[in-house]
Design a protein around this ligand. Structure first.
Ligand code: NDP
Ligand SMILES: CC[C@](O)(C(C)=O)C(=O)O
Ligand code: MG
Ligand code: MG
Length: 491
C-alpha cells in the first residue's frame, strides 16, 4: 500500500482537492429511502460510532454493531455503549456477511487491520463507509472491486453529532464516493441518505472527495481546532498566574472562555466575536492577532505542506509502529500542565466578562481561524470546506474544553486529531515565548483600558479588514443556510 494522493497526477490532485459543492435541500428529498430496510452494521462503538448509530436508528434505519471478539467477551465500554442503548451486538462473522452497508467507525490507526479483517466477510455488492478518508488517501487501502466505498464525515465531535440531532438539527457534513469504487453507481444516493439519517442535511452537506476531506480535516484539527486552543489555553493560564491572577479564576476564564467567545463566532463570524469587545479592546485584539498571524504563519504553512506531501501521515504512522511513543509522551505532558491540574473557582463569571477579560483569547481565535483558512485555500481547498474546518468547528471543539478541559477535548477527538494537536502545540509554544513576554493582564485576566481612547479612522480601518476577510464572506453565506442554529448557554 502506498499514499494514494501521491500516486495521482498534479491535474488529478487539483481536481480532487477542488471538489466541493454545497448541496441543495431538494437533493435530499428522497430522505433515508436509499437505506431504508437495508441492514446497516457499524464497526466500533466509540465517539462517532455510538452517536451516529443513535441518530440513524432514530431516523428509522436498521442499525447493529459489530465489535472485535475481545470487546464482547470482556464487555468493554464499546460493548456497554451499544447494549445499554438496546442495539444488537455481534462478532464480525455473525453480522457482516448479511450486511448491506458496513460503516467503519474504528480509530484511523486501526483501519488497515479492521478493513483487512472485515473485507473478506462482506457480501458481493455491499457498501463500505468511512467518516474520515485517511485509510484510503494516506495509506492507499485497496478495496475489493465489487464493493461501493463512500464517506460521510460529520465536521464535528461525535458528542455534538448527537446533541445537534436531539436539538432537531444536525452538523455540516462532507460526503464523497471513492472514484475507484462505485461499481453500481449507488454511492451518492446512499451517502445522501446516510447524511439525512444523521441530520447533517439540515446543517449543510458538501459533495466532496476523499482527498479534499482528508487534507482539510487534518489541517483544521492540528492547527486552529485543537492545537491552537491547547497552546493558547496553556500560555494564557501561565501568564495570568505569573502576573498574580487567582489560579482558580484564571482556569475558569480559559475553560469556559473559549466556549463563550467562540459562541459569538458561531453566530456571526469573526466580525461578531470582535464586536463583543469594547472599541479600544477590539483595536488591541486586532493588533495582537496581526502579530500572532505574522509569528505563526510559517508554522501553519508547514503543517499544510507536510499534510499535502504526506510527510505528516508518514511520521504519524511511524509513531503508530513505534507503540505511540510520541503520542503517549505528549498526552502525559498535557495532563501535567498547571492549567489542566488547577481546580476552577466557583465564583460566577458573567458572559460579557469572558470577553472583557479575554482580549487575548479573541486575538488567538481570529489569528488561528484566518491562518488555517488562508493556508487551506492557498493550497487548493475550496473556501466552504476550509470554513467548516476552521471557523465553523472551533466552537464545537471549545464546547469539549468547557466540559473537562484539554483532557476532554483530546479524549473526544480522533486519534489523528490528538496526535496532530500535540505536534502543533509542541512547536507553537516555543514560537510564542517572546510574544507572551510582551503581553500582560490588561489583555488576559483583567479588562483592557486604553488611555488614548479610540481613533475613528483606525477603528474604521480595523472593522473593514475584519469584515472583508474571505472567511467572513463565505461564512455569511453558509451560516444563512443554518437557520436553526441553537444557542449554547455557558455555566
Ligand atoms: N472523534 C471524532 O469526533 C471524529 C472522528 N471521525 C472519524 O471517525 C472514525 C472513528 O473515530 P472515533 O469515533 O474517534 O473512534 P474511537 O476511538 O472513539 O473508536 C473506538 C471504537 O473502535 C473500536 N476499536 C478500536 N480498535 C479496534 C480494532 N483494532 N478492531 C476493531 N475495533 C476497534 C473500539 O472498540 P474496543 O472496545 O474493541 O476497543 C471502539 O468501539 C475515525 O475515522 C475518525 O477519524 C470523524 C469526525 C470526528
Ligand atoms: C477536530 C477533530 C476532528 O477532525 C473532528 C471532531 O472533526 C477529529 O478527527 O476528531
Ligand atoms: Mg474533523
Ligand atoms: Mg479528524
Amino acid at each position: 500500500m502506498s499514499n494514494y494522493f501521491n500516486t495521482l497526477t498534479l491535474r488529478e490532485k487539483l481536481e480532487q482537492l477542488g471538489q466541493c459543492r454545497f448541496m441543495e435541500a431538494s437533493e435530499f428529498e428522497d430522505g433515508v429511502n436509499a437505506l431504508k430496510g437495508k441492514k446497516i452494521v457499524i464497526v466500533g462503538c466509540g465517539a462517532q460510532g455510538l452517536n451516529q448509530g443513535l441518530n440513524m436508528r432514530d431516523s428509522g434505519l436498521d442499525i447493529s454493531y459489530t465489535l472485535r471478539k475481545t470487546a464482547i467477551e470482556q464487555k468493554r465500554e464499546s460493548f456497554v455503549n451499544a447494549t445499554s442503548n438496546g442495539f444488537t451486538v455481534g462478532t464480525y462473522e455473525e453480522l457482516l456477511p448479511t450486511a448491506d452497508l458496513v460503516i467503519n467507525l474504528t480509530p484511523d490507526k486501526q483501519h488497515t487491520n479492521v478493513v483487512n479483517a472485515v473485507m473478506p466477510l462482506l457480501k458481493k455488492g455491499a457498501t463500505l463507509s468511512y467518516s474520515h478518508g485517511f485509510n484510503i488517501v494516506e495509506e492507499g487501502m485497496q478495496i475489493r472491486e465489487d464493493l461501493t466505498v463512500i464517506m460521510v464525515a460529520p465536521k464535528c465531535p461525535g458528542s455534538e453529532v448527537r446533541e445537534e440531532y436531539k436539538r432537531g438539527f444536525g452538523v455540516p457534513t462532507l460526503i464523497a464516493v471513492h472514484p475507484n469504487n462505485d461499481p453500481e453507481d449507488k454511492g451518492w444516493a446512499q451517502a445522501k441518505a446516510y447524511a439525512v439519517a444523521t441530520g447533517g442535511h439540515r446543517a449543510g452537506v458538501l459533495a466532496s472527495s476523499f482527498v479534499a476531506e482528508v487534507k482539510s480535516d487534518l489541517m483544521g484539527e492540528q492547527t486552529i481546532l485543537c492545537g491552537l486552543l491547547q497552546t493558547g489555553a496553556i500560555l494564557s493560564f501561565d501568564k495570568m498566574v505569573e502576573e498574580g491572577i487567582d489560579a482558580g479564576y484564571a482556569a475558569k476564564l480559559i475553560q469556559y472562555g473559549w466556549e463563550t467567545v467562540t459562541e459569538a463566532l458561531k453566530h456571526g463570524g469573526i466580525t461578531n466575536m470582535m464586536d463583543r469587545l469594547s472599541n479600544p479592546a477590539k483595536i488591541e485584539a486586532f493588533r495582537l492577532s496581526e502579530e500572532l498571524k505574522d509569528i505563526m504563519r510559517p508554522l501553519f504553512q508547514k503543517h499544510m505542506d507536510d499534510i499535502m506531501t504526506g510527510h505528516f501521515s508518514k511520521t504519524m504512522m511511524e509513531d503508530w509502529a513505534n507503540d505511540d511513543v510520541n503520542l503517549l509522551k505528549w498526552r502525559a505532558a498535557t495532563g501535567e500542565t498547571a492549567f489542566e491540574k488547577q481546580h476552577i473557582t466557583t465564583d460566577e463569571i458573567s458572559e460579557q466578562e469572558y470577553f472583557d477579560h479575554g482580549t487575548l483569547l479573541v486575538a488567538f481565535v481570529r489569528a488561528g481561524v484566518e491562518l488555517a483558512f488562508e493556508a487551506m485555500t492557498e493550497s487548493g481547498i475550496i473556501d466552504a470546506s476550509a470554513y467548516y474546518e476552521s471557523l465553523h468547528e472551533t466552537p464545537l471543539i471549545a464546547n469539549t474544553i468547557a466540559r473537562k478541559k484539554l483532557f476532554e477535548m483530546n479524549r473526544v477527538i480522533s486519534d489523528t486529531a490528538e496526535y496532530g494537536c500535540y505536534l502543533f502545540d509542541h512547536a507553537c509554544k516555543p514560537l510564542l515565548a517572546d510574544f507572551m513576554k510582551t503581553v500582560s493582564t490588561n489583555v488576559i485576566g483583567k479588562p483592557f483600558s486604553s488611555e488614548n481612547g479610540v481613533d475613528n479612522q483606525e477603528l474604521i480601518k480595523v472593522n473593514q479588514i475584519i469584515r472583508n476577510h474571505p472567511v467572513e464572506k463565505v461564512g455569511a453565506t453558509l451560516r444563512a443556510s443554518m437557520t436553526a442554529m441553537k444557542v449554547i448557554k455557558t455555566s
